[in-house]
Design a protein around this ligand. Structure first.
Ligand code: HEC
Length: 212
């Protein structure tokens, strides 16, 4: 068999296998078995190193519910997850939501932190550009999350918006139960001062986010 032909046969086989799965569906028992197998492979593949420990592989209740139900999560469970996250938000101790947008931009750019080579007491970055467009000037950004460019211009720098952005960064699950955005405050990734800077980055009228 030529290499091309062999590849063609392999591809046809793979398509048949995928079609087979899609056609017959999989029982809950089969899904649970695959899930267990995946967990075992992950447990075998990772080990603790520095501050990056394998307990991160353990799903909490919210992650487990979202893995199981995804977008099909029912209203009651969605409400329950959001209400628990909402109650968990720590609001700014001095009632002030806005920091320095310049510091916020540095944090949004920085993806540092929480890896095995980081020190436990080194401050983490916010990594926001990995998922969001934010300023016009920065052309390197991810699209997992919506564009935040002109966020303040579009939503207004009111206390209601400041509160929402704060809460969203603290624990995004409070507003979108099964979001892919990290829980920066709730998980101790960012502290109060850092969150203030990020709220300013999005809402301060002087921030380049709100420039033309
Ligand atoms: C891993 C990807 C990811 C990272 C990193 C991330 N976000 Fe998000 N973000 C999302 C997704 C996905 C959404 C849309 C779903 C939702 O609302 O939770 C979102 C939504 C938002 C919203 C709400 C937008 C709206 O109009 O309601 C804000 C504000 C926001 N992110 C700010 C930030 C900030 C600030 C950072 C950095 C500290 C950040 N995000 C980091 C994925 C991410």
């Amino acid at each position: 068999m030529t290499t091309n032909l062999r590849n063609a046969v392999l591809v046809a086989g793979a398509i048949a296998a995928v079609a087979g799965c899609a056609g017959t569906g999989s029982s809950p028992e089969q899904s649970a078995a695959w899930d267990r197998e995946a967990q075992e492979v992950m447990a075998r593949s990772f080990r603790d190193q520095g501050i990056a420990t394998v307990d991160r592989l353990k799903q909490d209740e919210v992650m487990a519910a979202c893995s199981t139900h995804g977008q099909h999560i029912d209203d009651e469970l969605r409400e329950r997850i959001q209400a628990a996250a909402q109650a968990d938000i720590k609001w700014p101790s001095d009632g002030n939501y806005l920091g320095d947008w310049k510091e916020g931009e540095k944090l949004a750019q920085s993806g540092r932190g929480m890896t095995w080579s980081d020190k436990a007491d080194a401050p983490n970055g916010g990594n926001c550009y990995n998922c969001h467009r934010i300023t016009k000037k920065e052309i390197s950004y991810g699209t997992i999350g919506p564009s935040l460019y002109q966020y303040g211009k579009l939503h207004g720098n009111t206390e209601t918006t400041q509160k929402y952005v704060w809460g969203k960064i603290w624990n995004p699950n409070a507003y979108t139960a099964c979001t892919n955005m990290p829980r920066f405050g709730a998980h101790g990734i960012l502290d109060e001062k850092q969150i203030r800077h990020l709220v300013a980055l999005l809402l301060d009228p002087k921030s380049p986010v709100n420039a033309e």
